[in-house]
Design a protein around this ligand. Structure first.
Ligand SMILES: Nc1ncnc2[nH]cnc12
Length: 348
């Protein structure tokens, strides 16, 4: 059950991680200019998560009817932690959206690959992540992939953009990679220090609270920046038309929820490092989609980066399989499936 949930979360993350940046860039290349609105869309779809939370509640009520069964399981300690992570996520969303507004998606993807190094370092500091030769090899190969891609970025500055804007976009995206590389292990630390049993139902609640606070943060940015007033005018002038403008906005909000749910679901099933590795593996897929849909250039370097990232991914999972074979005789099955979150439970 643990492994199935992990695979499902990887799939959900793949939808969010490939679709999210593409939808965001679609908005910018066809006349969208509001960075705060774009970052708002990254988390503004959080009410959707209330639906699975309600389903989880109904499921609990059916299997163990009791007066103590509540719709929300979260205790104040966990609520505060999720709110703090949510505000950090709001900051991260803004600087990430700033990068996507200025750079081609393929360049953003290559810079975001450096996130894995930040995740590995912060996971070591915050949750004492243990490294095996396989995970070190995977981090090395995936980072090499990003480096190889970096060899060919100077040629991809959009024509209508100044050098200064391009560099600022670059710096902001590195900042987003560093901050998100910190947020992932912080989520893992939150699970560990929660002082309540972490179930998948609770993971959904954490997602809702995180996104609620991130959205509140972006809403303040939108208000200060007058975005709410400008949006109807921007929609009317959007190159693809008003209907498509709102469709893109709604689809973006939904797809980004998949990204966040996938990320924190993988941390629940495994660890923040695995979540970082899955993100890194998906980056070349996003790149290839950007090449196909937005006709961004595809150099030999992108092919090499793709091969390196697949190699890194395979290396990591071979190591995991070997490790679980070693652990199996000694440990209870559930423990071997859930090595890093001692108080997590596969229940809703
Ligand atoms: N806000 C964000 N959204 C998606 N991927 C990210 N990587 C770093 N920050 C990110």
């Amino acid at each position: 059950m643990g492994k199935l949930l992990l695979v499902i979360n990887c799939f959900i993350l793949a939808i969010g991680h490939c679709g999210g940046p593409l939808m965001m860039r679609l908005y910018f290349i066809h006349g969208g200019k509001r960075v705060w609105f774009s970052s708002w869309l990254e988390t503004g779809g959080w009410p959707i998560i209330l639906f699975p939370i309600a389903c989880a509640y109904l499921h609990r009520s059916r299997i163990q009817p009791s007066a103590e069964n509540k719709l929300f399981l979260m205790k104040p300690r966990l609520f505060i932690a999720a709110a703090v992570i949510g505000i950090l996520t709001g900051v991260d969303d803004y600087i990430y959206a700033y990068g996507v507004a200025r750079l081609p998606v393929s360049t953003v993807a290559l810079i975001i690959a450096s996130q894995l190094v930040f995740t590995a370092v912060f996971a070591f500091v915050l949750v004492k992540q243990k490294f095996t030769s396989y995970s070190i090899n995977a981090v090395f190969l995936l980072t090499m992939g990003a480096g190889v891609l970096g060899l060919n970025t100077s040629s991809d500055r959009p024509k209508n953009e100044s050098y200064r804007e391009y560099i600022l976009g670059f710096v902001m995206t590195v900042g987003a990679a560093a901050l998100y590389g910190f947020i992932l292990p912080l989520v893992e630390l939150t699970y560990r220090k929660a002082k309540q049993e972490i179930s998948y139902g609770l993971v959904l609640e954490i997602q809702a609270v995180m996104c609620l606070f991130a959205t509140a943060f972006s809403t303040i940015g939108m208000l200060v920046n007058n975005d709410f007033k400008v949006i109807p005018k921007e929609a009317r002038e959007f190159v693809l038309g008003e209907t498509k403008y709102y469709t893109i906005a709604i689809m973006s909000a939904i797809v980004w929820q998949c990204f966040y749910l996938g990320v924190i679901g993988i941390i629940f099933c495994s660890s923040s490092l695995v979540s970082g590795i899955v993100i890194a593996v998906l980056l070349p897929v996003t790149e290839i989609l950007a090449v196909i849909f937005y006709k961004e250039s595809f150099h030999a370097e992108k092919g090499v980066a793709l091969a390196l990232s697949l190699w890194g991914f395979l290396s990591y999972f071979c190591g995991e399989i070997k490790q679980s074979k070693i652990n199996k005789p000694a440990l209870h099955l559930l423990q071997s499936e859930m090595p890093s979150v001692p108080n997590c439970q596969i229940s809703v």
